[in-house]
Design a protein. Structure first.
Length: 255
C-alpha cells in the first residue's frame, strides 16, 4: 500500500490576479477555509498517512497554516520542503518536475502519489490511485474541451503512449489531471530531462521517458476534478461545497 503523497504547492498562482498579491493560490479562502484545507481533508480521508508538501512562494504562510491544520489530525504526518531552498529561486529552476526533484531523499525507494496543490480530487479518485504494482500511472478524465489540456494517448490497452499538450486538432478527449502514482524510477527521469520550450522542467517530459519504456499506464478516474486557477473558480468551488451534485455537471469543463 502507498503511504506517501507529494503535493506541489510552490507557485504563486498569477492567473488568480489580485487574489494572490499577498499569498499563494493554495491559501485563498473558500467558505472561510483555505482551498488547500479541502484537498488535505480528502487525502487524509483517502487513507494516506504521510504528506510531503513542497512550498515556495510565501512558504512561511503555508507552514503557519499547516501548524493550525494539524491540531486535530491524528495519524497524519505533513513534512514541508522548500523548493526554493533546494533548487534556488524560480528564476533559476522552475516547472512541474521540480517538486519531484526536491523529494528524492524523502521518497527513496517507495511508490508514491503526486498531485498539484491547486487541484481538487475526490476521496474515491484519490483512493483509486493506490495501486501496488511496478507501473507508474497518470489519472485521466474525459473532458468536453480537451484542447485546453494535455491529452493522454493510449498505446494498446491501458498503457500511455504519449501526452499531447493542448492539441490544435482533436486527438482524443481523455485529459491529464496532474494526479499520478509514481514508482521510484521517476526520481531518476526528472534529472534527465531538459528545459521545455517555455523554459521549465516539465513532469510530463519525465513521464514520457518512462512511457517509452512501457512503464506508464493510464488510470481513468470516474468522479470529478477541478483546477483552482482563476478568480471565477472561487465561486465554482464554493458551489461544489454547498451542493456537490450540482457541481459535478460543471467541474469537468470548468476552466
Amino acid at each position: 500500500m502507498i503511504k506517501k503523497v507529494v503535493i506541489a504547492a510552490a507557485g504563486q498562482g498569477t492567473r488568480m490576479l489580485h487574489l494572490t498579491a499577498d499569498k499563494s493560490k493554495h491559501l485563498i479562502n473558500v467558505e472561510k477555509r483555505p482551498f488547500l484545507a479541502y484537498l488535505l481533508d480528502n487525502i487524509y480521508r483517502a487513507g494516506y498517512p504521510e504528506i510531503i508538501l513542497v512550498v515556495g512562494f510565501k512558504g512561511d504562510m503555508i507552514e503557519a497554516f499547516i501548524k493550525e491544520y494539524m491540531k486535530d489530525k491524528e495519524g497524519l504526518s505533513i513534512k514541508i520542503v522548500s523548493q526554493f531552498e533546494i533548487l534556488g529561486p524560480k528564476e533559476k529552476e522552475y516547472g512541474t518536475a521540480c517538486p519531484i526533484k526536491c523529494v528524492k531523499d524523502l521518497v527513496k525507494n517507495e511508490n508514491f502519489i503526486s498531485l498539484c496543490g491547486d487541484n481538487f480530487y475526490t476521496v474515491e479518485d484519490l483512493k483509486s490511485m493506490n495501486i501496488g504494482d511496478n507501473f507508474s500511472y497518470v489519472a485521466g478524465l474525459k473532458n468536453s474541451h480537451p484542447e485546453k489540456f494535455g491529452v493522454l494517448i493510449e498505446d494498446g490497452g491501458d498503457f500511455l503512449d504519449k501526452i499531447i499538450e493542448k492539441p490544435k486538432e482533436f486527438v482524443g478527449d481523455l485529459i491529464n489531471t496532474s494526479l499520478y502514482k509514481f514508482t521510484p524510477e521517476i526520481l531518476e527521469k526528472v534529472f534527465q530531462i531538459e528545459k521545455s520550450p517555455r523554459g521549465e522542467y516539465e513532469i510530463t517530459d519525465a513521464i514520457s521517458l518512462l512511457a517509452k519504456e512501457r512503464k506508464v499506464k493510464i488510470k481513468k478516474i470516474n468522479d470529478f476534478w477541478m483546477d483552482f486557477g482563476k478568480p471565477e473558480d472561487v465561486e465554482k468551488f464554493s458551489n461544489f461545497l454547498k451542493n456537490d451534485a450540482g457541481f459535478k455537471n460543471v467541474s469537468k469543463t470548468a476552466k
